[in-house]
Design a protein around this ligand. Structure first.
Ligand SMILES: *[C@@H]1O[C@H](CO)[C@@H](O)[C@H](O)[C@H]1NC(C)=O
Ligand SMILES: *[C@@H]1O[C@H](CO)[C@@H](O)[C@H](O)[C@H]1NC(C)=O
Ligand SMILES: *[C@@H]1O[C@H](CO)[C@@H](O)[C@H](O)[C@H]1NC(C)=O
Ligand SMILES: *[C@@H]1O[C@H](CO)[C@@H](O)[C@H](O)[C@H]1NC(C)=O
Ligand SMILES: *[C@@H]1O[C@H](CO)[C@@H](O)[C@H](O)[C@H]1NC(C)=O
Length: 347
């Protein structure tokens, strides 16, 4: 399974090639008479990358007028409070806006300015002062990063037309269960990664998009996973529920009998026994629970004969964390008889 995470890598590469001294050097040495294109004076316009505009780390309070040619706009780490129409009136080619680490509030976003950016693919608004998911959003969006705001409200229908959104990051906000309705994520037919870590959920979110591959719910107060919860997200591969309040009573016995899940993280919960796992699982984090003992024959997803042959699929578990529990040494060596691909066990 390959997961589409390359846009982050691209940001890194761009930042590395363009944000450095070398580029400034070239810029300083250029013949200014050739430098014809428009560039807001507060910003840096790299001559070899005319579609990008760098206005980051400048103490800006307002977004300058964006020239029409710009596709990539870097405004992170400023003091910007508002997003208004006037800045974007000619900027119809914008694909990427990074406004992380500013002071943007919902009132500061002029109504309709975001949805007027018809080609916008990536919108980064991490570390701002939003209390609601901004609405309306352009239906072209592929990534929406809203981590570390104060979001407690998701306006009705705000995501419903985002058919190409693959990544939605709402971690470290103030979402309660009541903020997530059964139709909140409806229409997100391309969504692969949903991050709602570090909010105030006590329940698993319902009606998730069926293409979800990565679901991150760490640092909430989730106590229960409903029976058959994962049936509606059959592609789920990475599940993180670290730092919640899951106990044995909250987990139906077969809830993780889901062959798509390869990486299961349940660290820092209140489990006293090891939940049922499948032979497909590759990474299991159970550290910092209240597990007292490891019963290898119970944990092994495949039955093993007297001569140590398998009936069925060979378990694929490669990494197992059990540290921070109440397990007495020694490490049960039977684990290796069942999990022959195990590369590391942390006890
Ligand atoms: C938008 O572009 C037009 C035509 O090039 C230009 O006359 C106008 O000044 C621009 N508006 C802004 C706000 O830059
Ligand atoms: C979604 O992506 C497809 C393929 O790139 C594109 O044809 C379509 O117009 C996009 N939808 C929206 C609403 O932008
Ligand atoms: C969850 O909280 C723990 C302990 O405060 C912290 O170490 C960890 O980074 C947090 N994880 C997330 C994803 O917020
Ligand atoms: C786990 O799920 C599979 C496929 O859905 C099913 O065939 C199997 O019986 C289940 N295992 C247990 C122990 O219930
Ligand atoms: C381990 O689990 C198996 C199967 O459920 C059970 O028969 C056995 O008694 C258990 N062993 C211990 C030491 O509890």
């Amino acid at each position: 399974m390959t997961v589409k995470l390359y846009p982050r890598l691209l940001v890194f590469l761009l930042a590395n090639t363009l944000g450095t001294q070398n580029v400034r050097h070239i810029y300083d040495e250029m013949d200014w008479s050739l430098y014809t294109f428009e560039c807001p004076q507060e910003c840096f316009c790299p001559p070899n990358f005319p579609n990008a505009l760098y206005c980051d780390n400048k103490g800006l309070k307002e977004i300058p007028t964006i020239p029409a040619r710009i596709s990539y706009l870097y405004l992170q780490n400023n003091l910007i409070e508002t997003i208004s129409d006037i800045s974007f009136v000619n900027a119809t080619q914008i694909k990427w806006i990074n406004l992380n680490k500013n002071k943007i509030t919902n009132n500061g976003i002029e109504k309709g300015v975001l949805s007027s950016l018809k080609k916008l693919l990536y919108l980064f608004l991490e570390d701002n002062e939003l209390e609601e998911v901004p609405a309306p959003l352009p239906s072209s969006l592929e990534q929406l990063q809203l981590a570390r705001n104060k979001i407690s409200t998701i306006p009705e229908g705000v995501f419903n037309n985002l058919e190409n959104l693959t990544m939605l990051d709402l971690q470290h906000n103030k979402l309660l269960d009541s903020a997530l309705q059964s139709d909140t994520f409806q229409g997100l037919n391309s969504l692969m990664q949903l991050n709602i870590a570090k909010n105030s959920l006590t329940k698993m979110p319902l009606s998730l998009p069926s293409n979800t591959v990565q679901l991150f719910l760490d640092n909430n107060s989730i106590e229960v996973i409903p029976e058959n919860y994962f049936n509606e997200i059959p592609k789920l591969t990475f599940l993180r529920l670290n730092n919640n309040k899951l106990s044995d009573e909250g987990l139906p016995p077969m809830v993780f009998n889901v062959s798509s899940i390869l990486d299961l993280q349940l660290s820092h919960n209140q489990l006293t026994t090891i939940p049922f796992i499948t032979a497909h699982l590759e990474h299991l984090h159970l550290d910092h629970n209240r597990i007292k003992s490891v019963n290898c024959s119970q944990m092994c997803p495949t039955s093993i004969s007297e001569d140590h042959g398998y009936f069925g699929t060979m378990p694929r578990l490669r990494y197992l964390r059990l540290d921070g529990n109440e397990i007495q040494p020694p490490i049960p060596m039977d684990l290796m008889i069942c999990f022959r691909l195990l590369k590391a066990v942390v006890i």
